[in-house]
Write a protein that binds this ligand. Structure first.
Ligand code: ATR
Length: 277
């Protein structure tokens, strides 16, 4: 039987086995998908061992996406742009193909599942770490009129502006830099929600915002979505849809078939609710 795994540290909480098992059932594949905890200093060895024992592919999660990028022997264009890899496909000739499906997963969730077109929109992306940089190119490819990147440490946001300037209209700065501007979509790509915190959002920022999106998912509203809700934003979304969509793109890379995602998204939400109660 083909085996796959998600590798990370920590990884026990990962919902990827849940999602991929449902995709396999739906498409009639027999495969096993597990979690693999790698020591913080033992990522490469853990990957090579997994491949030696017959592993066909992997998903990579925190904190190894950059190491995976350097370990891959071949990269897709989107992985090269993100400088991060969340999917490996182990090839016959010992090549290790590195892909990044996070950005396309987010775009599909927003455009298809939430029916929100990004074209000509004003978007504010909060955060300038690994999660943010991985989604910038796919967002710019949808031709928003502006992609503003706000970060506590503004230099990181301006560095992203320089890195992606030739792909579209992108501007980086501190949160304060965007006071008085209005955004159709505000995306939280900071890790603030992990610490139950909210980024320092300027007053009135949500004036005119149609959709607030948190890349993290949770059984309850994240502090960012809670705040957006008190500011009158009607459409709130967490990263559960993105998680299923990025998994579907990995599944496509491995099996050549794109599974249906809608049902799995609602199954995942039930699962999250079940574990919270
Ligand atoms: P990830 O891979 O999840 O993006 P990261 O690369 O460590 O993790 O980046 C974390 C991001 O969240 C950074 O943009 C960080 O801001 P700084 O660069 O200024 O540190 C941001 N972040 C984390 N906690 C935050 C908080 N409480 N408020 C605002 N931004 C926060």
């Amino acid at each position: 039987m083909d085996i796959y795994a998600v590798i990370g540290n920590p990884v026990a909480h990962s919902k990827s086995p849940f999602i991929h098992t449902r995709f396999a059932q739906q498409t009639g594949r027999t495969m096993r998908y597990t979690t693999l905890l790698a020591p913080l200093d033992g990522f490469e060895q853990a990957v090579l061992n997994f491949r030696e024992t017959g592993g066909k592919g992997m998903n990579i999660t925190v904190p190894f996406k950059f190491e995976a990028y350097t370990l891959a022997t071949r990269l897709t264009d989107r992985a090269r742009a993100a400088r991060a890899v969340n999917t490996f496909r182990f090839e016959e000739n010992k090549e290790m193909l590195g892909d990044n499906t996070d950005g396309i997963g987010l775009v599909r969730d927003i455009e298809v599942n939430l029916n929100f077109s990004l074209k000509d929109k004003h978007i504010l992306l909060m955060g300038a770490g690994g999660a943010a940089s991985g989604i910038i190119l796919p967002l710019l490819q949808q031709q928003p009129s502006l992609l503003a990147v706000a970060n506590r440490t503004p230099d990181k946001a301006t560095a992203l502006q320089q890195r992606f300037a030739h792909h579209g209209n992108i501007i980086g700065g501190h949160y304060q830099h965007f006071i008085g501007q209005h955004f159709d979509l505000v995306i939280n790509a900071t890790s603030a929600s992990l610490h139950n915190e909210c980024p320092p959002i300027p007053p009135d920022l949500f004036h005119g915002t149609a959709l607030a999106y948190d890349l993290l998912y949770s059984s309850t509203l994240t502090p960012f979505l809670e705040f957006a809700s008190t500011q009158g934003v009607v459409h709130l979304a967490d990263g559960a849809g993105m998680l299923v969509e990025q998994a579907a793109e990995s599944f496509l890379l491995w099996h050549g078939i794109r599974p249906e995602t809608q049902l799995v998204i609602s199954q995942l939400r039930d699962e999250l609710r079940h574990h919270a109660s």
